[in-house]
Design a protein around this ligand. Structure first.
Ligand code: SAM
Length: 217
């Protein structure tokens, strides 16, 4: 399995600086900020949930929600039991402002918390979403392997038995994600993502998988 070179992208300082800039840009110009991996990756997750006829009251957690735009899109599709967490205060403030502007605040609960150590929800979730957060955790210069272990432990703790975990990653391939999550989760679907061809080989820049939590995890 590949290990990644530690990077600033794995530190809270990095995300604090990013969201402090993005919050200011929203306050000054109304710019909602970056959609990680592009609109397509967000639409893919929303489309998949709608195609499965997931009921609108299903409890959904977005881990490391950033500007919260994925939750805004889900709220606009009728989902009403949405939670977003992020360890950056400015990200949560930005997400809150965007939810207010888009008129979906009543359907989205937002919280500043570190998913790896401090998140203790009163009820478990039916579905957990991750777009880019496990990637960031995997780049943490202060012990990425241990951070990944804590991530999976926390995920198992907050997700109901048989709950779904939908992850979009640009760092890990399908097989690597299976390796990471395979003890506690079984894969149930792979969302179609763009492929590229180079030197006779084809690959993907983004992988999006649906896992189901094993009942004994
Ligand atoms: C690549 S960004 C993706 C943001 C968002 N999911 C999106 O798709 O736009 C990674 C996010 O994870 C958050 N994050 C990283 N580690 C975290 C942790 N331990 N607890 C909570 N949030 C975390 C960062 O603050 C950042 O908002």
């Amino acid at each position: 399995m590949s290990e990644f070179a530690p990077s600033a992208l794995g530190t809270k300082e990095h995300w604090d600086a990013v969201y402090s800039r993005e919050l200011k840009s929203f306050q000054d110009f109304g710019d909602e900020g970056e959609i990680w991996f592009g609109e397509g990756s967000m639409a893919r997750v929303v489309r998949w949930l709608k195609a499965q006829s997931i009921p609108p009251t299903t409890s959904i957690l977005d881990i490391g929600t950033g500007n919260g735009i994925l939750l805004v899109e889900l709220a606009k599709c009728g989902y009403s039991n949405l939670t977003g967490i992020d360890y950056c205060m400015n990200a949560v403030e930005l997400a809150r402002s965007i939810c207010e502007k888009e008129g979906v605040s009543q359907n989205v609960h937002l919280e500043v918390t570190d998913f790896l150590v401090a998140f203790h929800p009163s009820e478990r979730f039916d579905i957990c979403l991750d777009k880019g957060t496990f990637d960031a955790v995997s780049l943490d210069p202060s012990g990425a392997e241990e951070k990944r272990r804590l991530y999976i432990e926390s995920l198992c703790h907050v997700l109901k038995p048989q709950g779904l975990f939908i992850i979009t990653s640009c760092n890990w391939t399908r097989d690597e994600l299976l390796n990471q999550f395979g003890d506690e989760f079984e894969i149930t679907d792979e969302l179609p993502t763009p492929t590229f061809n180079f030197g006779g080989q084809s690959g993907k820049s983004v992988t999006a998988l649906v896992f189901k939590k094993k009942s004994d995890s």
